[in-house]
Design a protein around this ligand. Structure first.
Ligand code: AMP
Length: 406
């Protein structure tokens, strides 16, 4: 089955076109700066052929038209007819409490995505724009929604309730949701395959460390706790996000500096984290470089980043009652041996022993723990698009089979 995977943001669309049977990405690309006269489309075909076009793309509907046009293009495309696209899979950020698995998009699903707009005002509206655009350009082609929050929906109340009046959970849906669920699910399942044990018999901690960072505690295939919360602001220190802070800090700063709600939101989401502490960069590579050049605030940022991961590892081992596998993924988790080393130093007591040489290896899925480490430590490159393609293909095949049986 050929599946188009779409990740529609407020001003960008990323796409991958899969041949699911062959697990092959036939083409992929993105459109950036949607809504301007200088939008940029970049497109790469599986054989390496690529193009970059700049021009006016004023909304998501037109952007999807361009994606389809480039897939159909005589010189750079991979299909001859739109009908070769058998299904579309959409990344949808917030499924609220309504979706714990991927679903076929129906009118009722669209209504629920809309109902969850207030939980993810920056993400769900553009996600839906992509869905509506596909309904118009690919009528009759089934579409599926794969939710960032879905994998964490089985967390118990002790993990998802905040210590605030319970009625706020009921009236405003304030609870921990967690994000990056597609990535945590993918790498934990791959980790189980890697160690050759059933997914539902393992205690796993996954660390997704990229621009956004989160961890999940996974017990017998179920995410039982995760560091991101009501929004993706909570938990670990991130590139530009603060992660955990005392809830009274924003109120105090607002009063002291006369900041508005919008200004404090921007401060916590865009000017905090690595860039906030270091003043140098939100990019871990720059932080490490500056730290090595003895830049003190970059050293603080690096150590704070790793220390928080270490604290959560300890906490999640306690929550899980043990640990079999620890997984690193995301741009930092996959690439930074420095972050992995700093984080895992002195955890032998908890059964975690890094092999320093293996930790320097770079490519692919790999083990980096020493032979006598009780816990296997793995690096597993994430692949959220593949999960979206596979989930979509599965849902659509099942529907086709049921239709045949009728
Ligand atoms: P992601 O959001 O998963 O694409 O991760 C992006 C982040 O990965 C970048 O902002 C960098 O901070 C980080 N990154 C990528 N390569 C490296 C590397 N070799 N060492 C440290 N950090 C890296």
């Amino acid at each position: 089955m050929k599946v188009l995977v779409l990740n529609c943001g407020s001003s960008s669309i990323k796409y991958q076109f899969f041949d699911v049977k062959e697990t092959l990405v036939l083409a992929k690309g993105s459109i950036e700066r949607i809504g301007t006269s200088s939008a940029i489309l970049t497109h790469t075909r599986h054989d390496g052929d690529n193009i970059k076009i700049t021009g006016e793309i004023l909304d998501h509907n037109i952007a999807i038209e361009y994606v389809l046009a480039v897939l159909l293009s005589k010189n750079h495309g991979v299909i001859k007819d739109k009908n070769e696209i058998e299904a579309v899979g959409h990344r949808v950020v917030h499924g609220g409490e309504d979706f714990s698995v991927s679903v076929l998009i129906t009118n009722a699903v669209i209504k629920t995505i809309q109902d969850n707009f207030e939980l993810a005002p920056l993400h769900n509206p553009p996600n839906l724009k992509g869905i509506v655009a596909c309904q118009s350009h690919l009528p009759g082609i089934p579409q599926c929604g794969v939710f960032d929050t879905a994998f964490h929906q089985k967390m118990p109340p002790k993990a998802f309730l905040y210590g605030i009046p319970y009625q706020l959970y009921k009236s405003h849906k304030i609870r921990r949701y967690g994000f990056h669920g597609t990535s945590h699910l993918y790498v934990s399942q791959r980790a189980a395959e890697f160690v050759g044990k059933p997914f539902n018999e393992l205690k796993i901690i996954t660390c997704h460390l990229g621009n956004g960072c989160s961890m999940a505690a996974i017990n017998n295939g179920v995410s039982v706790d995760t560091t991101m919360g009501f929004t993706p602001l909570e938990g670990l220190l991130m590139g530009t996000r603060s992660g955990d802070i005392d809830a009274s800090i924003p109120l105090h700063i607002m009063a002291k500096e006369g900041l508005t709600l919008a200004e404090i939101t921007t401060m916590l989401n865009k000017h905090s984290g690595l860039i906030g502490i270091s003043g140098v960069s939100n990019d871990m590579r720059e932080i490490i470089k500056a730290k090595e050049e003895k830049h003190v605030r970059s050293k603080h940022a690096f150590e704070n980043f790793c220390y928080r991961i270490k604290k959560y590892i300890g906490g999640y081992i306690a929550a899980l009652g043990g640990l079999d596998v620890l997984v690193f993924t995301g741009g930092i988790g996959e690439n930074s041996y420095e972050v992995r080393k700093e984080t895992l130093t002195d955890l032998e007591y908890l059964g975690i022993k890094l092999d320093e040489e293996k930790n320097l290896n770079t490519a692919g899925e790999r083990e980096i723990s020493s032979a006598d480490s009780k816990v296997k430590v793995l690096v597993i490159p994430t692949n959220e698009e593949l999960v979206i393609a596979l989930d979509t293909a599965k849902i659509v095949s099942e529907i086709k089979q049921q239709t045949c049986l009728l």
